[in-house]
Design a protein around this ligand. Structure first.
Ligand code: SAM
Length: 381
């Protein structure tokens, strides 16, 4: 092997090591999130003389085993997710081990990322989604051999809850600008229209939009019973301009509760975020949306930024999406006998789907792909 080849081998091994480290750190961070360790630790003062808590104090306040909590704290310090300082000279813990007494705390930045779901930089939902998804590994491996897939409803509550938490920063902090940057729609929604939100999961997008546009009437739909139940519970009672319905988009035209549906051309606008690529039949779903829109209506459709060419997906975020496709987006579609488009359908395929569903106009309205965020398309019937 030449010197250059050996250097490539070493670089690749280092990269794989980083990925493995990320997997382990994610698993341990997930445990800390679920056990309330990050949130409790974030309550400890992080400056001045009395800053931080010991492992004994933290474990006692959560009624957890001190030894496990101490090892968790050490793992999170090593990961740079939390901080510690030695507050005592070395203490003999017996059995020949000598350890200093440490106090642990979180900086403002660490709190914003690991201890506040409402923060624009909150990441714990990603741990919940990731570790929740890993539970399906044996089932998905079976699908490699036998075909088929794992339906969304069988992925477990961590997955839908994780998606909800991952998207809090998006829907609370970023969504206002998606609509504000889209003046014709923003103006119509401000005046008051009928709006359909498709595949809403726990309903956060619908709730946030209903808050911002009180004159517009919103229908949020999702076929997942657990998600719709969460959405109904999360909707503040004073918001009377929204309804949630448990239905697929394809099933809405024949839904028995006609209060949601006033026949063809029911809606002035529709929004669909991170849904179409998961579906059994994306063209049928888009065709249904088109039939539900008024002739002068529009669909704002968002898909994760990325390409159908895997070589173009070598950034951190795209690589993650390309991988999670197997455990989520592709498999939920395959479970229904769908084609399993996968997470990253790219702009060209999105346009092809829109044309096949007979939309007359397809425009890329908001491209934040340089940040590996989302593509937003505007489709006219
Ligand atoms: C990746 S999640 C996105 C949820 C939400 N839009 C968000 O971004 O947080 C995809 C959602 O699509 C829903 N879904 C699946 N099949 C659907 C269908 N045929 N019609 C409408 N929604 C569907 C799922 O139940 C799930 O909640």
């Amino acid at each position: 092997m030449s010197g250059a080849e050996m250097s490539d081998v070493k670089d690749l091994a280092v990269k794989a090591g980083r990925d493995i480290s990320g997997a382990w750190v994610s698993a341990i961070a997930y445990m800390g999130d679920q056990l309330g360790l990050f949130r409790k630790l974030a309550e400890a003062p992080n400056n001045g003389e009395g800053r931080g808590v010991t492992s004994a104090e933290l474990s006692k306040s959560l009624q957890l085993n001190e030894r496990y909590v101490r090892e968790w704290l050490h793992a999170m310090v090593a990961a740079e997710y939390i901080e510690c300082e030695l507050v005592d000279s070395y203490v003999d813990r017996g059995e020949g081990t000598q350890e200093g007494k440490r106090k642990f705390f979180m900086t403002g930045a660490q709190r914003a990322v690991f201890a506040a779901d409402e923060s624009p930089f909150a990441m714990n939902g990603y741990f919940e989604f990731t570790l929740g998804s890993f539970r399906s590994i044996p089932e998905v491996m079976r699908c490699f051999r036998d075909g088929g897939g794992v339906p969304f409803s069988a992925l477990g509550p961590d997955v839908s809850h994780g998606i909800h938490r991952m998207h809090v920063p998006l829907f609370v902090h970023q969504m206002p600008s998606w609509f504000a940057n889209h003046p014709s729609l923003h103006d119509k929604m401000t005046r008051g229209i009928r709006f359909l939100d498709i595949g809403v999961g726990s309903g956060l997008s619908t709730i946030e939009l209903a808050r911002r546009y009180p004159r517009t009437t919103f229908v949020g739909l999702d076929p997942d019973a657990v998600s719709i139940e969460r959405a109904r519970k999360a909707a503040p009672p004073h918001l009377t301009n929204l309804d949630f319905v448990q239905s697929t988009i394809e099933g809405l035209p024949s839904h028995p509760q006609q209060v949601f549906f006033h026949g063809r051309h029911s809606f002035d606008a529709a929004f669909c975020f991170d849904v179409v690529h998961d579906l059994k039949d994306p063209v049928a779903a888009l065709s249904t949306i088109r039939s539900l829109l008024k002739p002068d209506g529009e669909l704002l459709w968002s898909e994760p930024a990325g390409s159908v060419d895997p070589v173009e997906n070598r950034s951190t975020k795209r690589r993650t999406r390309q991988a999670l496709s197997i455990l989520h987006c592709m498999t939920v579609s395959m479970a229904e006998g769908g084609e399993g488009l996968g997470t990253l359908i790219g702009k060209e395929r999105a346009e092809r789907l829109a044309r096949e569903a007979s939309f007359s106009t397809f425009q890329l309205v908001h491209d934040i792909s340089s940040e590996d965020g989302q593509y937003f398309y505007r489709l006219l019937p």
